[in-house]
Ligand binder design. Structure first.
Ligand code: ATP
Ligand code: MG
Length: 392
């Protein structure tokens, strides 16, 4: 029945010179997302929006994939025909019959759009005429309800074609990946950082990931878990360059030479410094973390200040003011939650101070840290780093 899918995107958000770039990128990202279904699926711009040609494929498969593409706000499977109003009526009837038979629809209304001003009926007249036609052909199976209908039958009369559709499937919105540079995500096995990564990617930012482990204190399984999270993220973000670094040698040095209550905060500064170094190597212009104010001792405002101070590139913390419960909601929606809650050792828990400082001072922490050869430790960590591309 359906032959095209209407793709709505953030028309209002992007204006001027950026718009063609945005559209081109969105088209190519949608095409990429559909490659596994069929390489010859067409995606094109027409009427100031995008269409996907369904061809021989299952429209539900296409929607499932296209829904994950950032920049897509909503999708509607539709019937597009040549400009023939009588045929449009038949197609709308077919669509509405389907809704009655398979979705138990009992009320409807028609909403019309006429972009061809030379067409002899105005929009309200099309609605009335189409509504009357549908009602008279579905004798008693369905009624009209203009306030709260089960089905809204959208019909459009355009210069070169006619169109009808009823479903509107919401997507994530955002901006097409690859239109806003690249960032390095500090990806742990927790709930927060995958959500933070997803949120930044949703704004069109390509992401790479860096993960710290303390092998052999943390095991192979805990590393696999984080790779699995990266794999889930790659559903939205495409293949992800995944860097893994053993931070145990640094943790041992901190443990031996720095005050016990500062172990975590100093280790976090090392994580930031290493991430910054790798980010610069990879042309990433920012770091991303899953921190939010007050969640743990190292995420007090003072803690964040001390962490921030370790680097000179921007650090994006999209979850900074989120409650855990809201972060969990997103992690369920993007399907990272089930993996995140698998209990595994994390490098941060290997040397956990009994009473971590909650109000660390930058100068004091830098002083404690200065007994270490920070630069060398960072360089060595980066040299021993392993890199792999994670994709579905
Ligand atoms: P998450 O749920 O993301 O692990 P969290 O609330 O447990 O966050 P922390 O463990 O303090 O908080 O970590 C704060 C942030 O530091 C994380 O969101 C992540 O960005 C980064 N981080 C923590 N541990 C690691 C790790 N082992 N590898 C890479 N990044 C990490
Ligand atoms: Mg954590």
């Amino acid at each position: 029945m359906y032959n095209v899918i209407i793709v709505r995107y953030g028309e209002i958000a992007v204006k001027g010179k950026n718009r063609p770039v945005f559209e081109k990128k969105l088209i190519s990202n949608i095409k990429n997302s559909l490659r596994a279904i069929g390489r010859d699926i067409s995606v094109y711009r027409k009427h100031g929006r995008l269409y996907i040609g369904i061809g021989e494929y299952d429209y539900e498969d296409i929607i499932r994939e296209a829904k994950k593409v950032f920049g897509v706000f909503s999708l509607s499977p539709a019937i597009m025909i040549e400009k023939d109003y009588d045929l449009l009526k038949e197609k709308a009837l077919e669509l509405l019959t389907d809704k009655i038979d398979f979705e138990d629809a009992s009320t409807f209304k028609v909403e019309s759009k006429r972009t061809d001003k030379s067409f002899n009926l105005k929009s309200p007249e099309i609605s009335r005429d189409m509504g009357g036609y549908l009602l008279s052909n579905l004798d008693g199976k369905i009624g009209v309800d203009v306030n709260n209908p089960d089905v809204i039958m959208h019909v459009e009369v355009r210069e070169d074609s006619c169109l009808c559709y009823s479903d509107k499937i919401d997507a994530f919105g955002g901006m097409p990946l690859g239109t806003n540079g690249k960032a390095m995500v500090l990806l742990s096995g927790g709930i927060d950082s995958p959500v933070a990564a997803w949120m930044v990617a949703k704004r069109g930012v390509e992401i790479e990931a860096i993960h710290y482990h303390s092998y052999p204190f943390t095991n192979e399984r805990s590393l696999e878990k984080v790779k699995e999270l990266a794999r889930t993220l790659s559903k939205y973000c495409g293949p992800i360059k995944f860097h893994s670094v053993n931070i145990l040698p640094i943790q041992k040095q901190i443990n031996e030479n720095c005050p016990e209550d500062e172990l975590t905060i100093i280790a976090r500064r090392f994580m930031m410094k290493i991430a910054q170094k790798v980010a610069k190597m990879e042309n990433c212009n920012a770091l991303v973390t899953g921190e939010s104010i007050g969640q743990v001792a190292s995420q007090t405002i003072n803690g964040l200040e001390v962490t921030d101070n370790a680097v000179d590139i921007p650090v994006f913390r999209p979850l900074i003011a989120f409650d855990k419960i809201d972060i969990i909601d997103i992690s369920k929606k993007i399907e990272t939650y089930e993996t995140s809650i698998i209990p595994e050792e994390d490098c941060c828990t290997v040397f956990l101070p009994k009473h971590p400082v909650t109000r660390p001072r930058v100068d004091k922490i830098i002083k404690s840290e200065s007994v270490l050869d920070v630069e060398r430790l960072v360089d060595e960590a980066v040299e021993s780093m392993e890199v792999e591309i994670i994709s579905l």
